[in-house]
Design a protein around this ligand. Structure first.
Ligand code: DX5
Ligand code: ZN
Length: 243
């Protein structure tokens, strides 16, 4: 067998081992309602719940931190009335410390804020306030933001959300190079016996989900690959994968 054959075998072995290892932890699928049909939002939430969703991901955009405006606490409150699934609120906004209490009140179970200076808040203080309010605190970083930016906060969060597209819009292509950050987060988690959820968000489909899980992600956010298909249950099964 030539060198390439051996390499291929090594690679397959690595992939299977990594998949087996990471499959020990349950993969959480969090459909992003940003891609849902808002004219019948309640029905969309019921459908993904019946299809096997674990969490509902709510993308909040303010037109300042990102170049798009989505929805606010009122809509999150409406979603809350439709489901008992955990609501995973992702704040892509400026001054998240100011707005977080409104999302707590609306029924969020986890609230993720951004680490970039443009978000304009005291990250540690915001994370503490979210936890004190009874929510799971999460921290996110944009594709251009280095992993080192979140390192000082890893022991203070329940969720690390690695953006795999530049935030603002659904339907973008997955950035494979972000797997380096997922891998580093996974190594940190292993070495600290940590329970932090490693979440990927943007361009997640069956293939990129596999890659993300192999690198250590255990929460998959997916908008387009669920809501823009006919069979939500199949889409969610495909994301979880064969194991
Ligand atoms: C992007 C949002 C994502 C987005 C994912 O700014 O944070 O949650 O809705 O959408 P897809 O799965 O379509 O890439
Ligand atoms: Zn998101």
């Amino acid at each position: 067998m030539g060198q390439w054959g051996v390499r291929l075998l090594d690679y397959c072995h690595y992939s299977v081992t990594a998949l087996l290892h990471h499959s020990m932890q349950k993969v959480i699928v969090a459909p992003s309602i940003l891609a849902a049909d808002f004219s019948r939002l309640a029905d969309e939430v019921h459908r993904v719940e019946q299809a096997g969703a674990d969490w509902i991901h709510c993308d909040i955009m303010d037109g300042h931190f990102v170049d798009n405006i989505s929805f606010g606490p009122e809509i999150v409150g409406i979603v809350r009335k439709q489901t008992n699934l955990p609501l995973d609120v992702h704040l892509m906004i400026r001054t998240p410390d100011h707005y977080a209490p409104r999302f707590v009140k609306a029924g969020a179970n986890s609230i993720t804020v951004h680490v970039e200076p443009e978000a304009n808040h005291d990250v540690e203080k915001t994370l503490r306030a979210i936890r004190d309010a009874g929510c799971r605190p999460g921290l996110s970083l944009n594709p251009a933001t280095p992993f080192e930016s979140v390192e000082p906060f890893l022991d203070k969060i329940d969720i690390l959300l690695v953006m795999t597209v530049h935030p603002g819009f659904g339907g973008q292509s997955f950035r494979r190079e972000m797997m380096e950050k997922v891998k580093r987060a996974s190594e940190w988690k292993k070495s600290h016996g940590g329970k932090v959820d490693i979440e990927v968000d943007g361009g997640i489909n069956a293939q990129t989900a596999r890659l993300s899980i192999q690198n250590g992600a255990n929460v998959l956010v997916a908008g387009t690959s669920i809501f823009h298909t006919k069979d939500y249950a199949k889409a969610i099964r495909d994301l979880r994968g064969p194991i």
